[in-house]
Design a protein around this ligand. Structure first.
Ligand code: CP
Ligand code: NVA
Length: 305
């Protein structure tokens, strides 16, 4: 049985297959209207969501399936009863779940006892569905650029972890800059570097944002204060001083470099309002493509299940 908990759950061929499926689903959605007929999916979210929740809900609906949303107050994973008990009960009702959690460990524990596919809808460690949609969007916007150079500037967080693993796997080129105190997970970087040796990917880490965006075809950022980090907000804002994606920084990238952000954005912190609203910004295409990628992920995991 397949899961999507980490980008590492996918082979390079599977990634390419999901991207190709997403292209087909975007072009011809009606063709797939009944592939999940009669299947009900759980959306278990410990944190708020706009894109992930709605794109999975609409995506499953448009493939003929149904969903049940379980928010933080409903199931209370691990609080009302143990994760292993909830997982075993739900696998008798549902075809699969999309889980958004604080601790990554909650998803892996759940998966151990849930006898159907599990999709990571964001944890503190990875955001694989987001990274796949980002790559899909980048390729869609730059069809003639073999491996576009993506520069990520900001926090070494869940989004960057998934981008690192993804770009390493597909033989891509990712440059990133983070503050010294907020580098991405060491084990993730080690796996990405090791994978890159096999795939000829280029993965480059910097502390200087200008170095990272030099020669970049797209500049990507994410919030400095992720969900669940509100208590350390003041400290993080201090640590990220000077890391903002703004006009001055983007001037060091390629002339037509695109601006990316997974959203939600904290305008005026990691990115200026002007950058997000500029002609270079493709953030809403990224958000739209979450829908097409989610559907492709679902087909990949469930169409043959
Ligand atoms: N990018 C993203 O995952 O958005 P949501 O938190 O709104 O789902
Ligand atoms: N790093 C952010 C991503 C939100 C989609 C967070 O975890 O809150």
């Amino acid at each position: 049985m397949k899961h999507l908990i980490s980008i590492n759950d996918l082979t390079r061929d599977e990634i390419e297959k999901i991207l190709a499926l997403a292209t087909e689903l975007k072009r011809n959605p009606a063709k797939f209207h009944s592939v999940l007929q009669g299947k009900k999916f759980g959306l278990i979210f410990e944190k708020p969501s706009t894109r992930t929740w709605i794109s999975f809900d609409v995506g499953i609906f448009s493939l003929g399936g149904g969903t049940i949303y379980l928010g933080p107050e409903d199931i209370k994973l691990g609080v009302r009863e143990e994760i292993r008990d909830v997982a075993r009960v739900l696998s008798r009702y549902l075809e699969g779940v999309i889980l958004r959690t604080f601790a990554h460990n909650t998803i892996t524990q759940f998966q151990r006892y849930f006898q159907k596919p599990v999709i990571n809808g964001l944890s503190d460690f990875e955001h694989p569905c987001q990274a796949l949609a980002d790559l899909f969007t980048l390729r869609e916007k730059m069809p003639n650029q073999g491996q576009p150079v993506l520069a990520y500037v900001g926090d070494g967080n869940n989004v960057l972890n998934s981008l690192l693993l993804l770009f390493a796997k597909i033989g891509g080129h990712l440059k990133y800059a983070t503050p010294k105190k907020h580098t991405p997970d060491k084990a993730v970087v080690a796996v990405a570097m090791e994978t890159a040796r096999r795939t000829n990917a280029v993965i480059e880490g910097f502390f200087d944002t200008r170095e990272a965006v030099k020669n970049a075809d797209a500049v990507y950022t994410d919030v400095w204060v992720s969900m669940g980090q509100e208590k350390i907000r003041k400290k993080k804002l201090k640590d990220f001083k000077g890391m903002q994606v703004n006009d001055n920084l983007v001037a060091f990238a390629n002339r037509d470099a695109l601006i990316m952000h997974c959203l939600p954005a904290h305008r005026g912190e990691e990115i200026t309002d002007q950058m997000l609203e500029s002609k270079k910004s493709i953030v809403f295409d990224q958000a739209e493509n979450r829908l097409h990628i989610q559907k492709a992920i679902l087909l990949h995991l469930f169409a043959s299940a």
